[in-house]
Design a protein around this ligand. Sequence first.
Ligand SMILES: [Zn+2]
Length: 378
Amino acid sequence: MTRTYQICTRCVMDTSDARITFDSNGVCDNATDFYSNVLPNWHPDEQGANELEIVIEKIKKDGLNRDFDCILGLSGGVDSSYLLHIVVNDFGLRPLVFHVDGGWNSELAVHNIHVLVDKLGLDLFTEVINWEEMRDFQLAWFKAGVPHLDIPQDHAFIATLYKFADQHNIKYILNGGNISTECVRNPMEYFYYGTDMIHIRDIIRRFGSVKMKTYPFSSILRHKVYLRYIRRIKVLRPLNYRPYVKADAVQLLEREYGWKPYPQKHFESRFTKFYEAYWLPERFGFDPRRVQFSSLILTGQMTRDEALKRLEKPAYDPSTIGSDFEYVARKLRISTDELGHYFTMPKKFYWDYKNQETLFNAGAGVLKAIGLETSIKR
Ligand SMILES: [Zn+2]
């Protein structure tokens, strides 16, 4: 199924996102959805500040007799780092701060996590994922030939988040997800749902070789339905209630904490860097920077021309990609030939394996219809 190449006239999303549609002016559905559904309901202004203040007071009150009044996962990236800063510094909340160490932290991420936690005087709860299990789990995704190789890292994060929230009886999850830098969604064919346990189990059954004894799993039924709607754990995205300009956030973090910026979003993990800068664009023809830049264009933080110019060059450094390739192979304890085989093998997608896409989409539709969720993943 090939379609004629087309790029949006407003942002830089193009037909590398197979399900993209364009109107008669050549504007993509991401941009149309942003202007008609997201922007009118987005209030990073006084209205948002007032709404947020009410929620913050409630979080404080509910947390009075608890060790923590909320929970926050820190990857060391800009969004979660800046969120931690405002949560502690501006709001005076007492978050349980956790980090998931899946074995791929960059030195930069480790540095950034520690400068923040140290200066803010917080304890850090680190969940170290058993490396033998993580390695085998990641290898299974390579062997499956699919693009969504980041599920082992993503799933561990979500499961750990809900585990700590449940253990410490925490009612509020603070999430760094935000409209400002993430209003354009990643295409489903490359970033499938990380919590579809039917899908995960199928991949493990076919390609895994190690018993997953300690890796943290959480089904969507448990964390989205039981914990969120029965136990009433709430998720709040504070960055949507006030102005959030990425460049300003980076500056503040550098100045106040000695935090150091990354060359690209999600580069706090060496694996994600390899995967998003090299594997996805070169094996699957999809460059995640399109989504990131398009979000910044729609929210007025980057021009379309600048994005196009930056997209002309690859996200990886061609002079070091050879050693990055070797690093990933060595770390996964496979030969570069074997990794090269996974790179060139026939492409597979989530629909080539058992999955619950229909159920997940239906669930998302129901939650949106009853007003519990605001956007649908494509
Ligand atoms: Zn567009």
